[in-house]
Design a protein around this ligand. Structure first.
Ligand code: GLN
Length: 313
């Protein structure tokens, strides 16, 4: 299948943005102090087709920190480097059913594995980045996430400093992983690289391009560069389906029928395999830390564009 005609997609993206623009529910994240500074009004919606077509409405060029939306892309890169079997053995791929920053999800029963969409598995994934030093690992992550976006992504220093000063919980998670031999680099340094990874600036348009790359078998539809092999896209999307919206992943799948990933800054990606990617930005979050308007607009577009993976036609 394909997306509907280009004009139709452009019209629906604009309609979708107008439809939910005035929704004022949710709370902007403030556990990372710098995130609380962002305006709750910002709202951008962008669809990028696997053919490279771009359909944007609203604040799609506004830069914000990527946060947990980085997780599926880093997991994809780690699968590419160490292979999907080793990635699964080291990180786990089962849903925890718990919050993104859950400590009690890290249990003896699973030998400390979780999945790479929650902080524990994501910090472990980051620790597996190639390179012998923190600087090399960070450079790998920044360079490769930039290739997913098709442009150089820069660090949001204010967000990084703010989170680095307040990320004791993630440092604790990393130490707990160490106790289970489930972190593969110095735990403090791995947490710091993960914090930088979460602080990379992106736009809703960048997120749509990144999502479209996963929809397109790992080739960025704008630059035509191959970032990962097609087989890894399938694995990443499978883990997104079960865990991309943390404890609300079941509700999300019920509503959209698509793999998605949220982040606390209000960004979201949704992937329609073989068709395209959706990137949204709207800071107010629900209780699980997922963008309220991002979810509404994605559900609407999934229906209107006919993207639900479980629809028979
Ligand atoms: N950097 C954030 C954290 O680790 C990312 C969490 C998120 O976006 N859900 O707390």
């Amino acid at each position: 299948g394909h997306l509907p005609s280009s004009d139709r997609v452009t019209t629906l993206v604009a309609q979708a943005r107008d439809r939910f623009h005035s929704v004022d529910q949710g709370k902007v994240a403030d556990y990372i102090p710098a995130l609380a500074q962002v305006s709750r009004e910002l709202f951008g919606v962008c669809v990028v087709g696997v053919d490279g077509s771009i359909h944007a409405a609203g604040d799609t060029d506004y830069q914000f920190s990527i946060q947990s939306v980085s997780k599926p892309f880093v997991f994809a890169l780690i699968c590419q480097v160490i292979g999907e079997d080793e990635a699964r053995a080291k990180l786990g791929v089962n849903s925890t059913g718990r919050a993104f920053d859950s400590v009690i999800a890290i249990t003896k029963i699973n030998q400390g594995t979780s999945n790479p969409m929650v902080n524990a598995g994501a910090i472990a994934a980051t620790s597996l980045a190639p390179g012998n030093t923190a600087a090399d690992k960070w450079q790998f992550i920044q360079t490769e996430l930039s290739r997913f976006a098709g442009r150089p992504l820069t660090l949001n220093e204010a967000v990084y400093q703010s989170e680095a000063a307040t990320n004791q919980r993630n440092q604790g998670i990393a130490k707990l992983l160490q106790a289970y031999d489930r972190i593969f680099f110095d735990s403090t340094e791995a947490t710091d690289i993960y914090t930088k990874q979460c602080s990379l600036n992106v736009t809703a348009k960048d997120l749509a391009v990144m999502a479209a790359t996963l929809a397109n078998g790992g080739v960025n539809p704008l630059t035509q560069e191959r970032i990962i092999d097609p087989v890894h896209c399938q694995h990443v999307l499978a883990v997104m389906v079960t865990a991309g919206l943390y404890e609300n992943s079941g509700d999300w799948l019920y509503e959209t029928g698509l793999p998605g990933k949220s982040g606390v800054s209000g960004g979201m990606v949704t992937v329609s395999p073989g068709k395209g990617g959706l990137g949204t930005f709207a800071p107010p979050l629900d209780e699980a830390g997922n963008s309220v308007k991002g979810q509404l607009v994605t559900q609407f577009l999934s229906e209107q564009l006919g993207l639900n993976l479980f629809a028979s036609q």
